[in-house]
Design a protein. Structure first.
Length: 156
């Protein structure tokens, strides 16, 4: 083999190697890998164009979003990630609502006793036996209200 022929063979091999490396994974293959990686994440979609993954949708919280973006970045063939996703606003439950739910659960065994919750203050109305009053007051105190007003009629 002559020197020219060796040079041509080497040049051909180099061009072929570069062509194979330049092709890399196809966008469809990258998208399939990304979809598999984030299969357990609801409400999120990813599109891939020229290796750039664009994430859209809504996450429950920042932690889920950060974790998912990291998973997408870790997929082979993803060059960069565009974050077009949002985080759902937190559901705000007023302290009175949570307290009201717990008060109603604590009083479920006392059918003649009712409670109203307003601004952290529990107001008892209805009737209660004297022997049951300490148990009710202890259960309500454990819920940490601002105050308990007993306007219930106490019977023997």
């Amino acid at each position: 083999m002559t020197m020219i022929s060796r040079a041509r063979t080497f040049a051909s091999a180099a061009v072929l190697s570069l062509a194979i490396l330049a092709c890399g994974p196809k966008d469809a293959d990258i998208k399939a890998s990304v979809d598999t990686a984030i299969a357990g994440v609801p409400g999120v979609a990813v599109n891939v164009d020229k290796g750039v993954a664009t994430v859209t949708g809504q996450f429950a919280d920042e932690t889920a979003k950060a974790s998912t973006l990291a998973m997408v970045k870790g997929v082979k063939g993803v060059k960069s990630v565009v974050d077009n996703a949002t985080v759902a606003p937190p559901v705000v439950i007023s302290p009175d609502e949570a307290l009201r739910t717990n008060v109603n659960a604590a009083l479920s065994a006392f059918s003649t006793l009712m409670a109203d919750v307003n601004d952290g203050v529990v107001t008892l109305t209805g009737e209660i036996k004297r022997s049951e009053l300490p148990k009710v007051m202890q259960a309500l105190s454990a819920l940490n209200p601002k105050k308990i007003e007993n306007k219930a009629k106490v019977t023997n």
